[in-house]
Design a binder for this molecule. Sequence first.
Ligand SMILES: NC(=O)C1=CN([C@@H]2O[C@H](COP(=O)(O)OP(=O)(O)OC[C@H]3O[C@@H](n4cnc5c(N)ncnc54)[C@H](OP(=O)(O)O)[C@@H]3O)[C@@H](O)[C@H]2O)C=CC1
Ligand SMILES: O=C1CO[C@H](CO)[C@@H](O)[C@@H]1O
Length: 318
Amino acid sequence: MSDRDRSIIRLRSGQKLPALGLGTYAPKESEDDVIRAVRAAIKSGYRHLDCAAIYRNERAVGHAIKQLIVEGVIKREDLFITSKLWNTCHRPDLVRASLKKSMDDLGLKYLDMYLIHWPMGLKEGEAFHPKDENGKILFSEVDYVDTWKALEDCVDEGLVKNIGVSNFSSRQIKRILEVARIKPCNNQVEIHVHLANQKLVDYCHENGITVTAYSPLAAPGNASVPFTPSLEEPVIKEIAQKKKKTPAQVIIRFLLQRGLSVIPKSVTVERIEENFQVFDFSLSEDEMQQIFSLNKDHRLNIEEIALDHKYYPFNDPF
Ligand SMILES: NC(=O)C1=CN([C@@H]2O[C@H](COP(=O)(O)OP(=O)(O)OC[C@H]3O[C@@H](n4cnc5c(N)ncnc54)[C@H](OP(=O)(O)O)[C@@H]3O)[C@@H](O)[C@H]2O)C=CC1
Ligand SMILES: O=C1CO[C@H](CO)[C@@H](O)[C@@H]1O
């Protein structure tokens, strides 16, 4: 693969994953914001959308997709749509209905990829974050390996083309690989310049599992970061100036050159367009190393509510 050609990642099914996708986790934004963002993204060239039931906006995403299909801007088969199974639906008998709900909300007859959002199950029921009367989160004991088998059945049925996981450690992936009829094709995990996650990336790649970097810009504006935000790192700014690119473009390019799929979120049309302009330049080996050296193994998304769950992933070394 040439350095510039980072736009496609091949999945074990043979299907092509467009490496750059639009993140759609937009808890503060309105449905109209999401519709506008998805329309702008697809019109700027994005073909991969990262969705999830927990984002509570799959109907808005689906609305935008439908509009663009009707307008003749895009065909369904040219899009790669991912969704994720929420933690309260790990029980095998709930998996198919959860997938169908996301498909219905998105207005799609099939999904391109469906991921188990987290290894930890939560108590089944209506609430996304079920709690007892003292406000303590309620767990479910379902083993994600059993959840996985129900996902395989959904592939057999033609509801989804590819299945994978998210926020899984290498040890947890190994447990699935030991029994899988259909092996996971993707692990979506937090990766940015302050969290390289390289051992996990290596493990996944060695096992034919592609990796998607979430929060690739380290979710700027997050007040909990105790050091210079990624986009303001002097090393990033200096490289950006030299390349006549923006800091966000340099970071996205860095992650693409690591062989990752990258899903920056934005609801700002100019940024959506900016974030896609990353296929007309490349970073040298030296620039890649300079950015790698910013790693601090700093995780933003520790999912605090489930720290003592038996399947909590981040106590494993990687
Ligand atoms: N599997 C999982 O557990 C998780 C998956 N995800 C997925 O990953 C996606 C991305 O992660 P997310 O946490 O949203 O964080 P990102 O690192 O993508 O950061 C998003 C923030 O960056 C801003 N931004 C986007 N582009 C630029 C730019 N060019 N310059 C300056 N600021 C910019 C956005 O602002 P604005 O929108 O206002 O333009 C938004 O505030 C999510 O949307 C979701 O799809 C995220 C978390 C967990
Ligand atoms: O994708 C994500 C964003 O929001 C969720 C919480 O509401 C997280 O659990 C999750 O990892």
